[in-house]
Design a protein around this ligand. Structure first.
Ligand code: G3H
Ligand code: 13P
Ligand code: ZN
Length: 332
């Protein structure tokens, strides 16, 4: 049993309380490799932002859970080396699918876990989430639960349509489970292909395609039921058109896709939404930079020469999100 505190990590409790009070959101960035992690740490140090490092099932399968945990421990040391005296870094399990997975992460030093029972019948979701909370709280590990289903693919949980969170269920869920934060469904979805152009309307002023707005009325009703309680938004990538264009210009074949407009996320960050999950935008930034470098320098074969620019692109993206979307800068 390794307690995250000995690794220099923190849980989400104080971080979320400050974010809700301060009207900003903590960035939760997924990581799978060293370049992503370096970019996240550098961005959070340079902007003085707390940060959540997220590990998904896909990441655990790809990079190994143990190795990722050691990398997160290294991230704390790296942040200090970069000049941050007191880094606030959370290591979080994203979309935990069972009690056993959550327990295994808690036992090896994760400071926060999500148990995603959103696809289960309500009472089963309550029971599973409660079981994880009871275990996690013994070690002061915080737990994110989920109510409502996002459209698209939630790791292995597939939902054709989204089912918005029912505000009338949230108090019962939070009271019965004791979870520390709640992921909700208000119209975001996972992946780069959130909305097709056909689902959008053209903004005559900017010429941009605008997807259906997030259900801010549902968010407001949830906030009314649970004043000050930390709310989480998954599926919050914005799918920058420049990155999609760069990918396609240099040999990619991404079909038209539209993400969540950043102004909507900015609005959400000012509410009780205090954790915003971003993964796909980082994948797009990385792929765009790699494709561009390899296309422009076809003789290059040193991975550092194309992963280096990819890392820089991701750092720029993370800093942009922190400063211009979430508002978590200058909080350390
Ligand atoms: O919520 C999903 C995340 O973007 C992680 O996806 O399982 O492909 O790593 P992944
Ligand atoms: P995106 O696919 O929109 O980046 O969402 C990531 C996410 O919610 C991870 O849990
Ligand atoms: Zn998610």
């Amino acid at each position: 049993m390794i307690n995250y505190k000995t690794l220099g990590l923190v849980n989400t409790r104080d971080m979320f309380a400050k974010a809700v009070k301060g009207g900003y959101a903590i960035p939760a960035f997924n990581f799978n490799n060293m370049e992503q992690l370096q970019a996240i740490v550098k961005a959070s140090v340079e902007t003085k932002s707390p940060v959540i490092l997220q590990v998904s099932k896909g990441a655990r399968d790809y990079a190994n859970q143990t190795l990722l945990r050691y990398m997160a421990e290294g991230a704390v040391a790296y942040a200090k080396e970069l000049g941050c005296e007191k880094p606030e870094i959370v290591l979080h399990l994203d979309h935990g699918d069972s009690f056993e997975t959550c327990k295994s992460c808690i036992d090896m030093g994760f400071s926060s876990v999500m148990i995603d029972g959103s696809h289960l019948p309500y009472e089963e979701n309550v029971a599973l989430t409660k079981k994880v909370v009871e275990y996690a709280h013994q070690f002061d590990v915080t737990v994110e639960g989920e109510l409502g289903v996002l459209a698209g693919v939630e790791d292995e949980v597939s939902a054709e349509e989204s089912h918005y969170t029912k505000p009338e269920e949230v108090v019962d869920f939070v009271t019965k489970t004791g979870c520390d934060s709640l992921a909700i469904s208000i119209g975001t979805s996972h992946g780069a292909y959130k909305f097709t152009p056909e689902q959008c309307t053209l903004d005559p002023e900017t010429g941009r395609l605008l997807p259906p707005p997030l259900a801010f009325d549902v968010l407001a009703a949830i906030e009314k039921e649970l004043p000050g309680f930390p709310i989480v938004l998954h599926g919050s990538s914005s799918v920058p058109q420049e990155d999609v264009d760069t990918i396609n210009k240099y040999g990619g074949k991404m079909v038209a896709a539209v993400g969540i407009p950043e102004e909507q996320l900015r609005k959400a960050a000012k509410s009780a939404v205090c954790k915003i999950n971003i993964d796909s935008d980082s994948r797009l930034a990385m792929t765009a930079a790699v494709r561009k470098t390899l296309a422009e320098k076809p003789g290059e074969f040193d991975p550092r020469k194309y992963l280096g620019p990819a890392r820089e692109s991701m750092q720029k993206l993370y800093m942009h999100k922190i400063i211009n979307v979430l508002g978590s800068n200058d909080r350390l």
